[in-house]
Ligand binder design. Structure first.
Ligand code: HEC
Length: 134
């Protein structure tokens, strides 16, 4: 699935509003991704969804359910008390040395600004919340 397909799928889901099943997306990430519910998004979280698609989805999955290149962020490990918002900013700035998983290191994300990451966090937290992560 190329980036455009992900954008189209995510855009359609966002425009559709309300809950949708990620099973409608062309999934390559297995069961977890299929079960993720995306809430109706607005404001920063909506902008964050687009930025997430652009910068993060290739590894973390269209709705952050993970791929074969990176872990799901809709996961208890990444709830706010364990991975505070700042850890997202640091991950994008500096990359992440593999420690929780076996996907290898996350490289620094080229060309992204902290303000973009703030919006991405709003998106990820909204989806985490919708799925009972916190
Ligand atoms: C090239 C693949 C790749 C891309 C692109 C990527 N990540 Fe990651 N990310 C990973 C991998 C792999 C890990 C897991 C590292 C580990 O084993 O703990 C990770 C871990 C993380 C973590 C956990 C950090 C920690 O302190 O443990 C956060 C937060 C994160 N990514 C956010 C993002 C965000 C936000 C983006 C987009 C701006 C992004 N990632 C883009 C591969 C990627």
């Amino acid at each position: 699935m190329n980036l455009k397909a992900i954008c189209t799928a995510l855009g359609a889901a966002v425009l559709g509003g309300g809950l949708f099943s990620a099973a409608l997306l062309p999934s390559r990430a297995g069961a977890a991704q299929d079960e993720i519910k995306v809430p109706q998004l607005a404001g920063e979280a909506l902008a964050g969804a687009t930025l997430f698609t652009r910068y993060c989805a290739s590894c973390h999955g269209a709705v952050a359910g993970g791929t074969d290149k990176g872990p799901p962020l809709i996961h208890r490990i990444y709830e706010p008390n364990h991975h505070a918002d700042f850890s997202f900013v640091m991950a994008a700035r500096q990359g992440v040395r593999a420690h929780h998983w076996k996907f290898g290191n996350m490289p620094p994300v080229e060309g992204i600004h902290d303000e973009d990451v703030i919006k991405i966090i709003a998106f990820v937290r909204a989806v985490q919340k919708e799925n009972g992560i916190f």
